[in-house]
Design a protein around this ligand. Structure first.
Ligand SMILES: *Cc1c(COP(=O)(O)O)cnc(C)c1O
Ligand SMILES: [Zn+2]
Length: 431
């Protein structure tokens, strides 16, 4: 049963019915789903969650949907991996990687889309639409296909080839727009008023979409044995995911599913430090953080981390507020650091992340060096997308050790040249 009370304006607090609305009519502030937490607390327990399906729908009581089958390809409940080798390289102690590369279409977007389209279908929509930096496109096209909904997806035309192909394959309408994401998003906002019977996952049903990111907090707490981490590091594009991870942890405390551990005086229910990661070529929120600014100034993105390339982030200000309130930090890293971090994660933990994951790992490394993320903290880093989607970013930096003919001596010679086999090994080979 749904415990939704309605939508509430985050700026002026006005209340709205739980419909396809995203902005306040009075102050244009963003709307957010609000719940009856007493009713929700009475309906949830650790045991009931543990008995649920091995995907995000095990947290159904904490999500803004009613009865009926969800629109699901099985997203969520991805592995939380203890990363000791990576921790050793970074000088950290207890480090965990939340491996969201393992979602059905290879990114965390499957979480938000599963929730958004479940709600959209409940509200009677027949068409799913979105503006996307790539991963959302994949996910909307796939989930719409699964749900029997039509889809209209708009992406910047310079997107990674794989993200275009893996969206087109699902057979919906895919429009490549000559412009950057912010142009595409503006076009979508206009379309949303011309086609009110389409569910734009990141426009008119955005409040529901955003709630899907809370499951990134729920799963981490459950997988840690219903304990909270001390510090999490999260990639930032629009900033929505970061703010909802904070909301998710706070809801768990409020519902009595995890013990509160004493946060700041003015925020007792928010004990988890939340830090954010952006690529240097698109770091409006990190820049505002460093400058101590009280607003986020839009930028023109130029980065290989295309899934994070939102120059005018809708939730940027709220993300900044969460980071400051929880005692975290926001950092940004260069494209070169991103590529190096992808290889670091791959060689230490066997996880191949897309460029957004490289941004997050590289930022974690930086914050660890600066002493912001500490070795006495239980740290979780969110790796949100699969490396197979952004192989172009790599084509120049990764290659076979050597190309050889099928002969023993050529193996020995190649591995000698790479330094894998030493001089002694060569001799053994020669005998
Ligand atoms: C969209 C996306 C993000 C960030 O999401 P926001 O909620 O817009 O900040 C992070 N990682 C990946 C891989 C994404 O596709
Ligand atoms: Zn308002």
């Amino acid at each position: 049963m749904s415990h939704v009370r309605g939508l509430t304006c985050r700026e002026c607090g006005r209340a709205y019915a739980a419909e396809a609305l995203h902005a306040c009519e009075f102050c244009f502030g963003p709307l957010e789903v609000s719940y009856d937490y007493d009713e929700m607390a009475a309906a949830v327990s650790r045991e009931a969650i543990a008995a649920g399906p091995p995907n995000l729908w095990r947290y159904r009581e904490l999500l803004p949907v009613g009865e009926g089958d969800p629109v699901s390809l099985g997203a969520g409940f991805t592995p939380l991996v203890r990363a000791d080798r990576l921790a050793a390289e970074l000088g950290l102690g207890e480090l965990w990687v939340k491996d969201d590369t393992r979602n059905p279409t290879g990114s965390f977007k499957d979480r938000v889309v599963s929730v958004a389209l479940t709600k959209a279908r409940e509200l009677g929509f027949k068409v799913a639409a979105c503006a996307s930096t790539g991963n959302l496109a994949n996910s909307v096209a796939a989930h719409a296909a699964r749900a029997g909904l039509a889809s209209v997806v708009l992406v910047p035309s310079d997107l990674e080839r794989v993200k275009v192909l893996t969206t087109a394959v699902f057979g919906g309408q895919l429009l490549a727009v000559e412009g950057n994401y912010d142009d595409v998003n503006r076009l979508c906002a206009e379309l949303a008023s011309d086609y009110p019977d389409w569910a734009f996952v990141n426009v008119n049903v955005r409040p529901y979409y955003a709630e899907g990111s809370k499951t990134l907090a729920f799963e981490v707490a459950e997988q840690l044995g219903w304990r909270l981490p001390d510090h999490v590091v999260v990639p930032v594009a629009s900033g929505s995911q970061l703010t909802k991870i904070d909301k998710g942890f706070r809801e768990l405390v409020r519902l009595g599913l995890v013990a509160a551990r004493g946060g700041h005086e003015d925020d007792p229910a928010g004990p988890v430090r939340i830090s954010g990661a952006q690529p240097e070529g698109c770091s409006p929120v990190a820049t505002a953080f460093r400058a101590g600014a009280d607003h986020v100034r839009p930028v023109k993105p130029d980065t290989i981390a295309k899934s994070l390339a939102i120059g005018d982030p809708a939730d940027g200000w709220y993300a900044l507020e969460v980071v400051r309130r929880t005692g975290g930090a926001l950092g940004s890293v260069s494209d070169a650091e991103v590529l190096e971090a992808i290889r670091l994660l791959a060689r230490t933990e066997g996880i191949f992340a897309e460029t957004a994951g490289g941004v997050t790992i590289a930022t974690l490394a930086r914050l660890a060096r600066e002493g912001v993320v500490r070795d006495d903290e239980r740290v979780v880093v969110y790796v949100t997308g699969n490396g197979l989607k952004t192989v172009e970013a790599f084509s120049d930096t990764v290659a076979p050790t050597a190309t050889i003919r099928p002969r023993l001596d050529e193996v020995a010679e190649a591995l000698g040249r790479s330094g894998f086999l030493g001089a002694g090994d060569h001799e053994r080979e020669a005998r």
